[in-house]
Ligand binder design. Sequence first.
Ligand SMILES: [Zn+2]
Ligand SMILES: [Zn+2]
Ligand SMILES: [Zn+2]
Length: 326
Amino acid sequence: MSKEGDNTIKCQCHDESGEIVPCYDNVSCNCYWINQKMRSFQEKRNNCSYTEFSSFKPILFTGTHSHFYRHVGFACSELCGCKGNCTNNALLLPNKRLFPIEVFRNNEILGFGVRTLSMIPAGTPVMEFTGEIVGDQLTPGAHWDNGDYAYQISYRDDEQLRNLIKKLNFKPEYEKLIVKLSQKKYYIDPKVQGNVGRMACHSCASNLEWVRVFQKSLSPAHVHLVMVSMVNITAGTPLTIDYGATYTKQRFDSNCMCGSFACLNGPDAATYSKAMTLKLSMCHKTLYDAQIKEWRQVIKPAPVESNNEANNENNLPEIVEITEKS
Ligand SMILES: [Zn+2]
Ligand SMILES: [Zn+2]
Ligand SMILES: [Zn+2]
């Protein structure tokens, strides 16, 4: 049904020269129009710009309150005139798999983890979390084994998404169906089919966060879960996600072993358990600065072929800092 007429969301934008098509900020692009409508889900904050879901700008969050419902984007796809090769496609970079990722295991108790082998700036959509879409048969108790890995993608609280669905030109029976489906619990379950995204370990001070990017339509089947870096991540750092207090309680019986500075089972738990996201970000920044300092000491730049010896001191590689807009 999603493939019939107006039930598919796509645009006609194209560029004969084969250049990247400027769908983003183009008010006559259907896909951008929906992407921009989703921006209204975000909390209005003074002096703070909204979170943007484009192909090349960093995804920087405006706040942490109901973050998962509020930060949602819509991307162009291969069905569009631009074929997704445009500025309105937050899935363009993650699909290119730009960052070399290594799977590792520290010890027998902890499972596998993944770490980056290159630097990842804050706000980068690093990779997609893929798997099978499963319905609410996956409730705690029934198949909680899979529940360990699965991530919920549709929620009763997605009221703003349902309001948007009702404003679009979907066929009445399709609209009714996706409104109904969006109220049910659907999960992305990577246990049988999936990618390395599932190997990102839990951390009480994680460096990645999940966001939803829709493509082609607005049912739970059209959701892509994208893992975005919240801080600058240096090479060699494990990629981590905060699975939440409920998960750590059930899974580790409150004996979390993430080893992060803010671990709820660590020596500084009392200090950090009530720490606000801002404070955690400041700690991440301090950590990052220390890592960069160490990196500068360890990694010596290759000698530059230049006759001007005095110039060599200034040849340290440039590191571009991303600053948060808030
Ligand atoms: Zn377009
Ligand atoms: Zn496009
Ligand atoms: Zn499009």
